[in-house]
Design a protein around this ligand. Sequence first.
Ligand code: IPE
Ligand code: IPE
Ligand code: MG
Length: 241
Amino acid sequence: MGRNKITGSTKIPQHIAIIMDGNGRWAKKRLMPRSFGHKKGMERMIGLMERAFDLGVSYVTVYALSTENLNRPEEELNGLYDLIRNHFEGYMERFYKKGVRLRIIGETHLLPADVQEIIKKVEQKTAHCIGKGVNVALCYGSRAELVRAVNMAIEKGERVTEDSLSSLLYTAGQPDPDLLIRTGREVRLSNFLLWQAAYAELYFSDKMFPEFSDKDLEKAVAWFSSRVRRFGKTDEQVANG
Ligand code: IPE
Ligand code: IPE
Ligand code: MG
């Protein structure tokens, strides 16, 4: 693992956010349907999350479906919903055993009714878990999340502060992501965690998501550890605590 030049310590991010991108291109290159890429991507995601918790990470937020993705062909969307139908409960059982709370963040009312039921069940089952969490962003858009939060404040007749707005987001009570990883060779946020990632270290990988290995995750964490996080201060101020 990399060491931080100023503090000399190996820092593990508390919260990693991941934009899993490149499933379709990975499959296309292998002359396989996009749905195959999504299945491989989902399997890889589970492996990465387990590795992240083993490394000492407390929260993982994964971008699995954006509001904009709802404009994809019906066949592709149905394939993604089928993955949830067939595998979600089984995978999440593993996290439940590790004491990880699962939350689905996004406009879940836009999902098919039976998928919403599965999600509710898994969320309820892990609702008592504290300290560790997985957020799966489904039908998620950061701007919509912010508008929703502001409207909740307006309904309560309150002006917002930075803290109160944070507490109205889906990620309320969680530390902000300190490392954000995007695979698939794109260098953009695509409407993901725009508020929460204000001070995240951004790591972009050329690998397509299904081929982003545990080693690649460790490399990203080592890179994170070597960053000097100044939060506006000077190197000297950071070194003196
Ligand atoms: C990311 O992979 C997963 C979802 C958006 C559901 P893509 O499906 O965007 O893969 P590419 O970018 O087309 O390769
Ligand atoms: C972003 O990926 C959303 C997810 C990873 C779920 P896209 O592949 O849809 O992003 P854009 O549209 O190319 O930016
Ligand atoms: Mg993509």
